[in-house]
Design a protein around this ligand. Structure first.
Ligand SMILES: Cc1cc2nc3c(=O)[nH]c(=O)nc-3n(C[C@H](O)[C@H](O)[C@H](O)COP(=O)(O)OP(=O)(O)OC[C@H]3O[C@@H](n4cnc5c(N)ncnc54)[C@H](O)[C@@H]3O)c2cc1C
Length: 268
């Protein structure tokens, strides 16, 4: 079995800053990390390697510095890494990102003559873009079934049985055959840390293969800005509209005033 995990390098902060003039994210001086749910995806891939001897591959579309994220995955124990990087990929929306990733995955599968026995794993969503669209769109591009929001999984022969969290409370147990794509939640597992020997191996014995648009034989109309069906008009932090009210007096007086205000505002 081949397990291909898609990872995205994201800013390692919870509050992104936006350049008011350009409307772009300010990335300078901000450390980058592997998107947290993608680490759960890597952990699952490594468990499948230990359980079934699966070959594990990570793939990312991004600028050259995304190699750091791929090296970290190699240090955790992943076998091979591919970076899809080309100026032509810049400005991609989720559709163009999914198409580009699908072309990378198809190339890897073709070169290793694998056509059925594979699983693609994505995080459920990235903490920066936050759309949760790439996994489902990628499954469509590859023409394979998908199970999203997976919190538990079992693989028997070439069959997957997964618990998918539906409407935050209900759980659906779904079954599909390989090849398939799943998107995973942080509840799935606890990602391991790279070991010292893993880090040395990732830098001295393993490599990150870089593929550009030509290597992928990608349709120029489907990649980067030209391939994006959506356009960002403006990015801004909404003005805070809430007002702070300081209550004073004894606790009883403050509680009574608070209740009155909540009633006036029709909250109670
Ligand atoms: C018009 C437009 C222009 C944009 N221009 C830019 C730009 O110039 N530069 C820029 O950085 N962003 C740009 N973006 C944002 C970019 O489209 C998204 O970052 C990207 O498509 C992923 O979407 P997301 O972050 O919502 O991921 P989600 O769909 O939330 O991610 C889910 C999962 O998909 C996988 N995944 C997502 N992205 C990648 C990736 N790149 N490689 C591997 N796996 C991945 C991961 O497993 C991830 O956990 C643009 C978006 C739009 C709409």
């Amino acid at each position: 079995m081949k397990v291909i995990t898609c990872i995205k390098q994201v800013p390692g902060i919870t509050e992104v800053k936006i350049d008011a003039k350009t409307g772009m994210l300010v990335r300078e001086g901000i450390p980058s990390i592997i998107n947290p749910m993608d680490k759960n995806a890597i952990e699952l891939a490594l468990q499948l390697k230990e359980q079934f001897g699966a070959e594990t591959i990570v793939i990312s579309m991004g600028p050259p510095q995304a190699e750091e994220a791929l090296r970290e995955a190699l240090a955790m124990g992943i076998d091979k890494a591919f970076l899809l990087s080309d100026r032509a990929f810049a400005g991609a929306d989720t559709l163009a990102t999914s198409y580009t990733l699908s072309m990378g995955i198809k190339k890897i599968l073709k070169e290793t003559k694998v056509d059925e026995n594979y699983l693609v794993i994505c995080g459920a969503q990235a903490i920066d873009g936050d759309t949760a669209q790439v996994g489902p769109e990628l499954a469509e591009e590859l023409g394979i079934p998908q199970i999203t929001l997976v919190q538990k999984i079992e693989i028997l022969d070439n069959k997957i049985i997964a618990e998918s969290v539906f409407k935050t409370e209900e759980i659906m147990v779904l079954e599909t055959k390989l090849p398939a794509l799943i998107t995973v939640l942080k509840e799935l597992n606890v990602p391991r840390y790279p070991t010292i020997s893993g880090i040395v191996e990732a830098y001295e014995q393993k490599s990150v293969q870089v593929l550009n648009a030509e290597d992928l034989n990608a349709d120029k109309k489907k990649i980067g800005l030209d391939g994006s069906q959506t356009q960002v008009w403006k990015i801004f932090v909404p003005e805070q509209k809430g007002e702070h009210v300081l209550l004073s007096g004894t606790i009883e007086e403050m509680v009574q005033e608070l209740c009155k205000k909540l009633k006036d505002d029709k909250v109670l």
